[in-house]
Write a protein that binds this ligand. Structure first.
Ligand code: PFF
Ligand code: NA
Length: 451
């Protein structure tokens, strides 16, 4: 059961791995979540901490998690079993895989509902947003949230799309989907930036995101920014480990992960600039929360020449970005069912998708019928988001850093991370000291133990 399986599918090339991993990383986190979190967390303060977390925690962990997947050659739970045994350690390290595969499903339940919003806006955009004002844009979004059946219908469609790709398999489904969708996404984000430069308030957006006002850094900002650095790079949820397990031995983990982190960060910053340029040009509120992009972009599309074409195209690409991420959220658990419980891929994908779909219905209802349902003062949507992003991901990341940095034998690590001399030492030092200490310090800071 816990032997490395050398007959698993593999990505067709190094480029394919970069593409699918970037596909997982780049998603709603960049285009929907990053702008609104930046807006609600004081702009540049959030951006600064987020960037620091990407460099000191995110990138080293991205490499570590890919390494564990490739070395373990199995779904996240099995892979952790293999690498732990190789290091002479017990089965309990599989907990990393377990936190991952279950956390990924929790994320998928709300991710799919939000992707459903984008599907709705793709449709709305084809009709154009003629005569839209900031009031009617806000009302339009509120109207969607108040409509449980519509939310559930879109969520259902998105889950079917996700299951459909995962059911088709690693190279035939996941890789193919990414090859088509990712290049298109890059093009359209650049286009939107161009629009922002020409017609919206780009200098104000720059100031808001990059004037680095250190005094605005609060506990909540730090906690949110750390959580988001995990979310945006898909860390700690088995997605990267699962994708790494389909990676060939010969491919450089360092180089590929580096490209992925750069691409992910670039898309987030570009999306943020484009959105805030519109926000400030139109006098909208940066801190309007999860509806931010849905209340700003329609206004831009309504005024842009050719907006009826660009609008739907843009939202469609956000759907694509979400789709290439959602398949990476479903795959780890599906791989577990296939390898551990002998499910066929098809059955595993539909069964897992069905369970996530049910939970997603609760998320959809939390915006309307069940808006009063609270736990720890949070509604179902906020609870799932906070639990996964702020707690499960950093916890899993901490365990990965400790395992890869301290528990694995150095020669095994070196064998996987083909990085000469100084580079290797720098990565390993960061993974052993900087990342775990930063994560623990932030946790302690949040619960008030350290200032
Ligand atoms: N990284 C994705 C995004 O930024 O939208 C979200 C995500 C995908 C998180 C896969 C976690 C994961 F395992
Ligand atoms: Na991302």
């Amino acid at each position: 059961m816990e032997t490395a399986n050398v007959n698993r599918s593999h990505w067709s090339s190094r480029w394919a791995f970069i593409l699918v991993t970037a596909g997982s990383a780049i998603g709603l986190g960049n285009i929907w979540k990053f702008p609104y979190m930046t807006g609600t967390n004081g702009g540049s303060a959030f951006v600064l901490v987020y960037l620091l977390c990407i460099v000191s925690i995110g990138l080293p962990l991205l490499m570590a998690e890919t390494m564990l997947g490739r070395r373990g050659q199995g779904n996240p739970v099995a892979a952790m079993g293999v690498v732990a045994r190789e290091a002479g350690l017990g089965r309990y390290w599989k907990i990393i895989g377990l936190i991952g595969v279950t956390g990924a499903l929790l994320i998928l339940s709300f991710y799919s509902v939000v992707a459903g919003w984008i599907l709705e806006y793709t449709l709305r955009a084809t009709a154009g947003f003629d005569g839209i004002t900031k009031e009617s844009a806000a009302a339009g979004f509120a109207g969607l949230l108040a409509d449980p059946l519509r939310l559930i219908a879109w969520h259902s469609l998105f889950m079917v799309m996700t299951v459909f790709v995962v059911a088709r398999g690693v190279t035939g489904g996941i890789e193919q989907a990414n090859k088509i969708m990712m290049p298109a996404l890059f093009a359209i984000v650049l286009g939107l930036i161009g629009y922002g430069m020409v017609t919206a308030d780009m200098p104000a957006a720059f100031r808001f995101m990059f004037h680095f006002d250190v005094s605005a850094i609060t506990r909540e900002v730090v906690f949110s920014a750390m959580g988001h650095s995990f979310f945006t790079l898909s860390l700690g949820m088995g997605a990267i480990m699962a994708y790494g397990s389909y990676l060939d031995k010969g491919t450089s983990i360092v180089r590929t992960c580096f490209y992925v982190a750069i691409a992910d960060t670039a898309i987030a910053l570009l999306a943020g600039l484009a959105i805030f340029a519109i926000v400030f040009a139109k006098g909208l509120a940066p801190a309007s929360g999860p509806g931010l992009i849905l209340q700003t972009l329609p206004i831009a599309f309504s005024q842009m020449p050719g907006g009826v074409v660009v609008g739907p195209l843009f939202f469609l690409l956000v759907v694509f970005a979400a789709w290439t991420s959602s398949i990476s959220l479903l795959e780890p658990f599906v791989a577990l069912l296939i390898e551990r419980f002998a499910f066929s891929r098809k059955r595993a994908a539909w069964a897992t998708g069905g369970a996530v779909w049910l939970l997603g219905i609760a998320v959809a209802l939390s915006f309307n019928e069940w808006s009063e349902v609270k736990l720890f003062g949070l509604g179902i949507f906020d609870l799932l988001d906070s639990l996964t992003t702020k707690i499960m991901m950093p916890l899993s990341g901490l365990l990965i850093a400790v395992f890869a940095g301290w528990m694995m034998q150095r020669r095994h690590v070196e064998d996987e991370i083909a990085l000469g001399g100084k580079g290797f030492a720098l990565w390993r030092m960061t993974l052993r000291y900087v990342s775990p200490i930063a994560i623990v310090a932030i946790f302690l800071h949040v619960i008030g133990v350290v200032g």
